[in-house]
Each structure stands twice: as structure tokens, then as C-alpha cells.
Design a protein around this ligand. Structure first.
Ligand code: PLP
Length: 418
């Protein structure tokens, strides 16, 4: 079996932990051979309706012909030059056109690098060290951003992983999402370089901001002199043309982007006003670099993806999302399940009410989610292998895929909660 070989060669047999599927109680991951539109096909030939879509990048679905053609054509010209290309300029222009708060961008290869660099820029610009993040938010595996408070530890970051230094953790203060009082209290105690937030948090399952919360975060950042870093690695290019900032009407000082921007190849970016971005080397003194940053294949895939994301595409994505959320709600009728959704993202929570914060998400019946996910896999539906991840809707999904999912979900909910 491939897994036995993989587990001897790579920790857990995988290159990123959630792929191992342990949190839904499986003892090995599913090895994928290929993807077609909304379907994944595993090495044994099983077909699944894919609601993970590579955790977000594949908003057009698998192997979209425009993306495959763009990558193939780019590869024929050379795979990397370590020198600027015209495609990067086009992609930068597209990003600046979509995000009202972004006048210049710097591309990186991963969201982790982009959020790490955004925090560095915020520290340089403010001359302050501490960073405030929200519990349950994920900004990549940056040392300082792995810190996450347990309940009652709202003012003291603790290392969430061995290997994170005490100093890095101490510079990160964690407050509960949707809690204005905790935020005000933390801001009264220290001067922060940045408040970093996922504007539509999707790494504790989807937990949108309560009415007025994000607006208050924006105000408090400005009043306190902290820069507001909005991590749109998931929401950017997905929930609206201009990301959560357009959908929710809140502007970031620095925006972090990833996933869709690379169309399934490794690309991410951060961007801000011209004056802030001029601090980045070589224009300015804040160092940040990358051998494969702005890689021509990734840029080609990103551009081909964004070219498909016009107003009609966003309307269709929102409609498909509504259909999926409605289908899951109907499938769970009468059961203690609540379904959160925003355009392009859905989470069925195993709780009567959708959570407002990480404590609420953690209080969901995680074992039931595990049983539900396993029951779906048995029925040819591939959900995220964790209650704490969103389901990603793509433009390749259709009514038939959603109906297949809702039918399987009705049985899977009943099986999970019996
Ligand atoms: C909101 C958010 N920020 C940052 C990251 C890190 O991106 P990457 O995995 O490309 O390093 C992720 C990854 O899932 C994410 O969801």
C-alpha cells in the first residue's frame, strides 16, 4: 500500500498535516491520482465530489482547460528565470484593480510567507513589536502567529507548537473573535504593530464577523496606531471580486493573499498603499525575497484563473454556495447541525447554533463530524477532514454535484448522530 511506504518516508505520510485525515478518525489518507472538474479520482479509481478543491485555490475546479493551457504554454518558455517577467506586472495590476486598499504588491510562494512578511512590514512601519491576532485564526505556520490563547489567556500568547520561542509567543496576543471588550482591553494594555485578522475566518470552520465587529476592529486599529492586516488568503478573489474587503466594506492597511491568486500553483502576495509598500526592498529597507516568487507558471495559472472570475462567475458561485448550504440544511433537518455560509464557503457545524468564536467551534461535536466525514467518503463525497475547515465551492460544481452531496449527507448526518 502506498501509505505504508509514504509513512516511512514523510511524517504521517503527508506533506501537510490535515491531509492525513487523522482528525476524522481515519488511519491513512486517500492518495489522489487526478482531478476532473468537481471530481477527485483516487489511486484505486474511486471518484469523489470534491469540496476541498486543494483547500481553496481551485475556484475553477480541477484541470480547468484555460489554466492547463496557460501553464503548459508558460512551461514551454521556461519554468523560472529569477528575473522579472511581464506576467507578474499583469497579475500585480489585476490585484490592484480588484482591491481598493492595494496600490502595490509583492508576490511570494506561500500564504505563510506573505503573512510573515506583512507582519514584518507592519513592525517596520510602526516601530512596534507586539501583534494581536484572533483565536482560531490561521495565518500560516509563522512562528509568532501560531500562538493561540486558551480561555482566560486573552492577554498572554502561549506557544501552540514546540519550537516556537517564548519571545515570539510573548509578542503575540490572542483575543477571542467577535469580542469587542477583549479587543479593547488588549489594546489598552499595549501598543501593537498590527491587528491581523481573517475578515471571514474559515480556519475554525466558517465564523463570519458579528454585525459591526470588523468595522470596530478597523476603528480600533486606526485609533491605536496599529496597522490592520487582513488575511484574505481564503476570502480574496473568492467571496467577491475584491475579496472580503469588498463584500464587507472594510479596508485593510495591508492585505495578505494566496490560494486563488496562484490558480493551484504556489503563489501568494501581500499588498498595501504605495507609501507602505515602498518600504519593501529594494525600494526600501525592509528585507524580503524569494527564489521562486512570481514564478512564471504560477503567475500564468493565477492570471488564467482571475480572467475567468468576472461578475457573472461570482453570481454563479454565490448561487451554488446557497444551493449547497440549503441542501445540507435540509439533509440535517431536525438534527443538531447548523450551516454557516458566505459566497464560496460553507461549514456544517455539529452544534444547534453556528459558533461565534473558536471556543464555540471547539465545543462542536467533533467526533460526530468525523463520523459524518467518513460516511460521506464512503458515499463518494470528499469533505474537508476537519470540523475546523470550510468547504470550498468551485465554479465546476453544478446542481447534480450538489444533489449527490445532499443525498449522501442526509444518510451521513443520520449515521453520524445515531
Ligand atoms: C487564512 C490563511 N492564511 C494563511 C494561510 C497559509 O497559506 P499557505 O498554506 O499557502 O502557507 C492559510 C492556509 O490555509 C490560510 O487559510
Amino acid at each position: 500500500m502506498i501509505y505504508a511506504r509514504a509513512a516511512g518516508l514523510m511524517p504521517g505520510g503527508v506533506n501537510s498535516p490535515v491531509r492525513a485525515m487523522r482528525s476524522i478518525g481515519r488511519d491513512h489518507p486517500i492518495f489522489i491520482q487526478r482531478g476532473e472538474g468537481f471530481e477527485l479520482i483516487d489511486v484505486d479509481g474511486h471518484r469523489y465530489v470534491d469540496w476541498v478543491c486543494s483547500w481553496g485555490p481551485l475556484i475553477l475546479g480541477h484541470a480547468h482547460p484555460d489554466v492547463v493551457d496557460a501553464v503548459t504554454s508558460a512551461a514551454e518558455l521556461g519554468t523560472s528565470f529569477g528575473a522579472p517577467t511581464e506576467g507578474e506586472v499583469e497579475l500585480a495590476a489585476e490585484v490592484c484593480d480588484r482591491f481598493a486598499s492595494v496600490e502595490m504588491v509583492r508576490m511570494t510562494s506561500s500564504g505563510t510567507e506573505a503573512s510573515m512578511s506583512a507582519v514584518r512590514l507592519a513592525r517596520a512601519a510602526t516601530g512596534r513589536d507586539p501583534v494581536l491576532k484572533f483565536a482560531g485564526a490561521y495565518h500560516g505556520h509563522v512562528d509568532g502567529l501560531l500562538a493561540e490563547a486558551g480561555s482566560g489567556l486573552a492577554t498572554q500568547g502561549i506557544p501552540a507548537s514546540p519550537g516556537v520561542t517564548v519571545a515570539q509567543a510573548a509578542d503575540t496576543i490572542v483575543v477571542p473573535w467577535n469580542d469587542v471588550e477583549a479587543l479593547e482591553a488588549a489594546l489598552a494594555e499595549r501598543e501593537f504593530a498590527a491587528i491581523i485578522a481573517e475578515p471571514l475566518p474559515a480556519n475554525m470552520g466558517l465564523v463570519p464577523p458579528a454585525a459591526g465587529f470588523l468595522e470596530r476592529v478597523r476603528e480600533l486599529a486606526t485609533e491605536s496606531g496599529a496597522l490592520l492586516v487582513l488575511d484574505e488568503v481564503i476570502s480574496g478573489f473568492r467571496v467577491a471580486r475584491g475579496g472580503a474587503q469588498e463584500l464587507l466594506g472594510v479596508k485593510a492597511d495591508i492585505t495578505v493573499m494566496g490560494k486563488v491568486i496562484g490558480g493551484g500553483l504556489p503563489a501568494a502576495a501581500y499588498g498595501a498603499s504605495r507609501s507602505l509598500m515602498q518600504r519593501i526592498a529594494p525600494a526600501g529597507d525592509v528585507y524580503q525575497a524569494g527564489t521562486l516568487s512570481g514564478n512564471p507558471l504560477a503567475v500564468a495559472a493565477g492570471l488564467a484563473t482571475l480572467e475567468n472570475l468576472d461578475a457573472a462567475a461570482y453570481r454563479r458561485l454565490a448561487s451554488l454556495t446557497d444551493q449547497l448550504a440549503t441542501g445540507l440544511r435540509a439533509a440535517a433537518d431536525g438534527l443538531p447541525v447548523s450551516v454557516a455560509s458566505v459566497p464560496g464557503l460553507v461549514t456544517p457545524f455539529f452544534a444547534e447554533e453556528a459558533p461565534r468564536d473558536f471556543a464555540g467551534a471547539s465545543a462542536c461535536d467533533l467526533d460526530a463530524y468525523g463520523r459524518f466525514a467518513r460516511a460521506l467518503l464512503d458515499r463518494g463525497i470528499y469533505p474537508p477532514a476537519s470540523q475546523f475547515e470550510a468547504w470550498f465551492v468551485s465554479l465546476a460544481h453544478d446542481a447534480a454535484a450538489i444533489e449527490r452531496t445532499a443525498d449522501a449527507a442526509a444518510e451521513a448526518f443520520a449515521e453520524a448522530l445515531s
